[in-house]
Design a protein around this ligand. Structure first.
Ligand code: AMP
Length: 303
């Protein structure tokens, strides 16, 4: 059978035109699914596109390297950019609209309004990257206003970010359903990330230590371990054994508050931020009550 025709991708650079296209689509009763990204696309991003296609009839992907979420000593200028390859990837994936505004289109010179999700934004990633989540919440709020999607999709790879966006959507009565999708990994377990492109060959091999540490926690939980402290010690031991790895944090936190837990009783995350050489990588294990009827509410883990 011949492959279905690929619809032509329209690239939009201005806020005004994006708003008009979204308004027209919604007036026609079309369901808009939206995937915000910073580009340098990989299969993790494309998994969000596939999920969006299943749930909507028009998929909008944005590519915007958001300066407001980078700290002064972070990698804004060197962040990987591959716009032609990105375009062809999303066109092949069946995306109709790419929103790719320039920085001044989003942040004109007199820009001074920010969204801040208090509390949640100060812990973990927020402590290591001050101002990061203010930048994230602000850009996501703006993009949701511009694209007006029915559904917006985010990856659980950035678990704290997803939690903060859900909180913002609830607190500010946003009209968009927030969906969080599973982590896509390389065959050796490394979570896909645009920043993996920074890794030199030896670092790329060492980077699997994040997965190995989380997988060890998963195995111990399967054997019945419920003491968060012991599981944290285990993660640290595995990470410390890798000479190229420097731990930023390795914690087990409540999935709702992102506060540390002592016992695994409710849904929680094992969260890692680790430098491999100069590259900072994050990953997590989701620990939750299994939902199947035969599991009798036992804890299950998803990597
Ligand atoms: P980024 O381009 O890094 O800002 O990511 C854009 C979206 O893709 C965010 O919602 C991320 O959580 C998601 N994402 C990034 N990496 C992965 C991955 N390996 N698996 C699933 N989602 C991902």
């Amino acid at each position: 059978m011949p492959a279905p025709p690929i619809s032509k991708l329209e690239t939009i650079h201005t806020v005004e035109w994006m708003k008009q296209c979204s308004r027209a689509a919604r007036a026609e009763g079309r369901i808009i699914g939206f995937v915000p990204t910073m580009g340098a696309l990989h299969d993790g991003h494309l998994s969000l596109v596939r999920a969006a296609r299943e749930k909507s009839d028009m998929v909008v992907v944005s590519i915007f390297v958001n300066p407001k979420q980078f700290g002064p000593s972070e990698d804004l200028t060197t962040y990987p950019r591959s716009s032609e390859k990105d375009k062809s990837l999303i066109e092949t994936a069946g995306v109709q609209t790419l929103f790719a505004p320039g920085p001044t289109e989003i942040y004109p010179g007199d820009f001074c309004t920010y969204v801040n999700v208090e509390g949640l934004s100060e812990r973990l990633e927020g402590r290591s990257r001050p101002g990061h989540f203010r930048g994230v919440a602000t850009i996501v709020w703006k993009l949701l206003q511009i694209v007006q999607p029915n559904i917006a999709l985010f990856g659980r790879k950035d678990a704290q970010q997803a939690r903060i966006i859900r909180q913002m959507a609830r607190d500010l009565n946003l009209d968009t359903e927030i969906l969080v999708c599973p982590i896509v990994r390389e065959s050796d377990g490394l979570a896909m990330s645009s920043r993996n492109l920074y890794l030199k060959p030896a670092e790329r091999r060492a980077a699997t230590v994040l997965y190995r540490a989380l997988d060890a926690v998963r195995i111990e939980i399967g054997k019945g371990e419920r003491d968060a402290q012991r599981l944290q010690v285990l993660m640290r031991k595995i990470l410390d054994a890798e000479p190229l790895a420097t731990i930023d944090y390795a914690e087990i936190v409540d999935a709702d508050s992102f506060e540390p837990v002592t016992q695994l009783r409710r849904a929680c995350f094992a969260l890692l931020a680790v430098f491999i050489g100069a590259t900072r990588l994050i990953d997590n294990l989701s620990i939750d009550r299994a939902v199947s009827p035969e599991s009798s509410g036992e804890l299950g883990c998803s990597l």
